[in-house]
Design a protein around this ligand. Sequence first.
Ligand SMILES: [Zn+2]
Ligand SMILES: [Zn+2]
Length: 438
Amino acid sequence: MSCDLVDDLRRFLHWGPITLLSLTLVVTWTVIEMNSMWWTPGQSLGSAVNYTLIWLHTFGTLYNFIKALMVGPGYIPLQWYPKRVKDTEYLQFCLRCDGYKAPRSHHCRRCDRCVIKMDHHCPWINTCVGWSNQASFVYFLLFFLSASIHGSTIIICAVIRGLGKRWFIKQGLHHMATVHLTPSNLMACVVSLGVTTGTGLASIKLLYMQLKVIVKNQTEIESWIVKKAGFRRNAYPGNRIRPFVFPYNLGWRSNCREVFFATGDGISWPVLPGCNQYTITREQLEQKKDKRARTRSYRCIRPATGHWLPFISQGVWTSLNIPCTDDPRISLQPEDLIQVTRIQEHWLYGERVISEEEKEQGMRRKGAIRGWFPSRCAVEILGEESYNEEDNDDVAPDQKEELVDTKCEKTCEESNQNRKIPRDFPSPDGKPRKRVRI
Ligand SMILES: [Zn+2]
Ligand SMILES: [Zn+2]
């Protein structure tokens, strides 16, 4: 068996695919069991069509699920370089893949590869949704939603028949009193109905998001880049930066064709007139430069536990003012250095710098290295130019842990090293910054 096939099959060994396949098995068994009593196959043309639909839904769901999982999103080759050396200046470098990131690709921490046109990492298929498998993923959602509606309808009709069995017999409607409910099949119906309702609703939301992505030809990560492009332009007085034009939205017909009849190589993409292959990667590099300018070095002066509600260690006030986001919280020890990029009155967001000792000893502390911590646990170091080497700005804050490796990016070091950070750089809330010299 080839190595690739083994890797593909290994993707099944994860809680996402195992849960989804187990639930599909339970629900399908329940639907077939109840359907055989409610509307016996072979009874009429309608019952034959109904029975065929059950299997069509099951086959369509499983086929597209397995295809999306096994085909995968498509990866940029390891150690990839653009054909023209000059083009490397417009691209980010991925240390994990030891190559450049082609336009529209992003490194996924879970897949540990740079993914072509990465949308998001989906735990249910245990891989990313991207260039190669987006169409299969959408078909899977469509079949899944349709199967959920059909299955729920059969179960509800069968249970109603079963509950009214005595009444049907009394009325002399013996042909209607066909469903015999037992504690075990009633339990299976309740569980299956819960599953189909919950997963059906979730698939509606996912399907809506995927269709939006396809129609606009803008992945979730790219939407975040476009949003930040807007913030950057609004943040500069006089607005001297040229407006950012998202280059890949060619109209809904072309956009759909690009996904459902995938062509091309996943490296170069059709773009709007006036744009080029590097329109978006240039914008990403500029956004990273801006982010570095906002980065500040802090030193930990009292331990942070990494708890979400640190009532005991940090007091009530800090715990009542937690950031309203699901970003991780990090634990800190005195003398730790942190590169801070977001500031709130009671909390700071940043990345703990891994010390040389920690690297050498290979004794990485447990827990996230990037996240929120109480602001009273650290003080800013003045007179030191901050530089966040491992930046990871392509992904919306709530997706960062999910999607992208924190160890993979190297961008524009030279230009950043020459940058002078303005001393009067304001805090995000516009208030003057509190600085402590130590
Ligand atoms: Zn990579
Ligand atoms: Zn992934």
